[in-house]
Ligand binder design. Structure first.
Ligand SMILES: Nc1ncnc2c1ncn2[C@@H]1O[C@H](COP(=O)(O)OP(=O)(O)O)[C@@H](O)[C@H]1O
Ligand SMILES: [Mg+2]
Length: 320
């Protein structure tokens, strides 16, 4: 989707991916299929392009370091490093004065009981790295859950988070240009099914003051990170309208797909504009939208019906 947005702006995209025939390669001008550890392929790729960006967070640090030595990488490797690690992420956010769930690093089983005593139960034990769609985390409801939870996730480095009894989950997509100009899309509500994003409501049906504050938080994060590019900020809204940042993702986000059809400049165009050093237009929403994520054969069985329904705008990733 970023490659398609780039094409509309007159750019040709070169996709580097370990996956052959991946979604992006299907719509890009050039493609390199190679492993992230293949330094020679990375070097040839960097030498063929003007600027590098990414849509996937778990790119190994050495690959990014090599690319960054040859071409501008936007957002930079430092931002990726922070967002790859839940401990660095929370330290950065708290240091910037932004509220997160209370948390404690858990480096061994002996550290878990005191952490649970301090934060209270329920709490969520997570791997610090490589979690997605609820993978790499488990709930602690009572004292008997500690040992099995640790055994499930160890020996990876872990973090314990206090459970946030949220009223809603929201996210804001924010972009910052090379010139430091920041734009934030409207805050949206995200509802999950089996830990996978199911529905996004744009705008989030919440008080305007809460939505404005969510955008302010996202702008602050973009500025403190000196972001160049696009960043998604996931937040919890508490019953009293308080905002707690859950995690950040320096890339287009699945909760931002609605911008393709409800904004004059989508998150993908904003992403490409930011990394290419172009001006950022206002992130204005011209319509309300609901995004429904189609997951697996059951949802895809609805495809013909979706195509036949006026008002629905289908987007197929092209994943095999
Ligand atoms: N501390 C928490 N309190 C309450 N719910 C949480 C907490 N952490 C995660 N969750 C729930 O689990 C979901 C996935 O967690 P998250 O940290 O966003 O991991 P990922 O999206 O990488 O799988 C969140 O969207 C939220 O619904
Ligand atoms: Mg998440």
């Amino acid at each position: 989707m970023s490659a398609m947005a780039a094409a509309r702006l007159g750019f040709r995209t070169h996709v580097f991916s370990p996956e052959a025939h991946g979604p992006a390669a299907q719509v890009a001008a050039f493609s390199t299929v190679a492993d992230y550890a293949d330094m020679e392929a990375l070097r040839r790729f960097a030498e063929a392009v003007d600027v590098v960006t990414f849509e996937f967070e778990n790119i190994p640090a050495p690959a990014l370091a090599l690319l960054e030595s040859l071409r501008p990488v936007r957002p930079g490797a430092k931002i990726l490093e922070i967002s790859q690690d839940r401990l660095l992420e929370k330290q950065f956010l708290n240091h910037a004065g932004i509220a997160t769930a209370p948390w404690a690093a858990v480096h061994n089983m002996a550290a878990l009981a005191p952490a649970a005593a301090r934060l209270g139960l329920p709490a969520v034990l997570k791997t610090t790295r490589l979690g997605y769609d609820g993978k790499g985390q488990t709930m602690l409801r009572g004292p008997d859950d500690l040992a099995p939870a640790f055994a499930l996730l160890a020996p990876k480095p872990l973090v314990l988070e206090g459970f946030v009894a949220f009223a809603a989950e929201i996210s804001v997509m924010v972009a910052r240009g090379v010139d430091g100009h920041v734009v934030a899309f409207d805050a949206v509500e995200n509802r999950h099914k089996n830990h996978i994003l199911d529905i996004t409501l744009a705008p989030a049906p919440l008080p305007l003051t809460v939505l404005a504050q969510a955008q302010d938080i996202a702008r602050t994060i973009a500025e403190k990170l000196q972001l160049v590019g696009l960043l998604g900020v996931e937040m919890f809204v508490t019953a009293d309208g308080g905002l707690i940042v859950n995690e950040i993702a320096p890339r287009p986000h699945n909760s931002g797909h609605w911008t393709m059809d409800a904004c004059s400049c989508s998150q993908f165009e904003m992403h490409i504009r930011a990394v290419a050093g172009l001006p950022l237009p206002p992130a204005t929403r011209h319509s309300d939208a609901v995004m429904k994520n189609l997951v697996g054969p059951e949802d895809m069985a609805l495809w013909p019906q979706i195509l036949a329904t006026p008002g629905l705008i289908p987007h197929h990733y092209g994943k095999t």
